[in-house]
Design a binder for this molecule. Structure first.
Ligand SMILES: O=C(O)CCC(=O)C(=O)O
Ligand SMILES: [Fe+2]
Length: 228
């Protein structure tokens, strides 16, 4: 689902300036992970840093939460892991985000600025879920086959969401395959990524996946989205 003008241009401009100030005052690690045709290359402000220093981002998250709860009454809550629940992604020119599924059921993305490239490429309801847990080796193999460029182009219904000021994308993050195309031009792509799931949902992949997404430390060669 794509909603226009979820945040006003003035709100977005204020958020961009607060995030840019934060980025100047703190050295944000750039996270780079090679992965098939498209790497993960971005900088991120995690939810703990946001709670401490970016109250306006917290406000937007609360507003989004009210909307998401209206869409799925009684069934969704912000993730308990505050670090993961709300993030600011900063993707500089040349950066991108690999094809993946999120660990959580519902993801909302608010775009704060207009840039060249950097479209979110979505394949709604694309995954073939095998079992109750989505982390098995077999699921990984199946996901990998469906992620292949040729398979995507043959069977998938592709939706491209361009970053526009105040635009909100809401998706079933663990069912909708998605990626971010390379950012072009001179301006960094800024957005707020907000995550929801059933009340008290736990994620078995959390520790390795958090190290992979939020630190520039080396991680194991296997994909931390799966248990192997
Ligand atoms: O920035 C985007 O458009 C997508 C980011 C994303 O998929 C994620 O942070 O999990
Ligand atoms: Fe994602």
């Amino acid at each position: 689902m794509v909603l226009e003008n979820f945040a006003t241009p003035e709100e977005c401009a204020a958020l961009v300036s607060q995030i840019s100030d934060y980025g100047r005052e703190h050295e944000l690690p750039v996270i780079e992970r090679a992965s098939g045709e498209l790497p993960l290359r971005y900088a991120v402000i995690d939810g703990e840093q946001i709670a401490e220093s970016l109250p306006e981002v917290v406000h937007v998250y609360e507003r989004t939460t009210r909307l998401v709860k209206k869409l799925w009454p009684g069934r969704v809550e912000p993730l308990v892991d505050r670090k993961v629940a709300c993030n600011v992604n900063i993707t500089r020119p040349g950066g991108s985000y690999r094809y993946h599924y999120d660990r959580n059921a519902v993801t909302a993305i608010l775009y704060l600025n207009e840039i060249e490239g950097g479209e979110t490429e979505c394949y709604p309801d694309y995954r073939l879920p095998l079992a109750r847990t989505s982390y098995s080796t077999l699921q990984q193999k199946l996901d990998r086959v469906l992620q292949h460029r040729v398979v995507r182009s043959l069977v998938a219904n592709q939706l491209l969401v361009r970053p526009r000021v105040g635009r909100l994308l809401i998706m079933q993050g663990n069912r909708c395959l998605h990626s971010v195309r390379p950012v072009r031009g001179q301006t960094a792509r800024l957005n707020i990524v907000m995550s929801y799931d059933r009340p008290n949902a736990q994620f078995d992949v959390a520790d390795d996946l958090n190290a992979y997404l939020y630190s520039s430390a080396a991680t194991s060669a296997t994909d931390p989205n799966y248990l192997t």
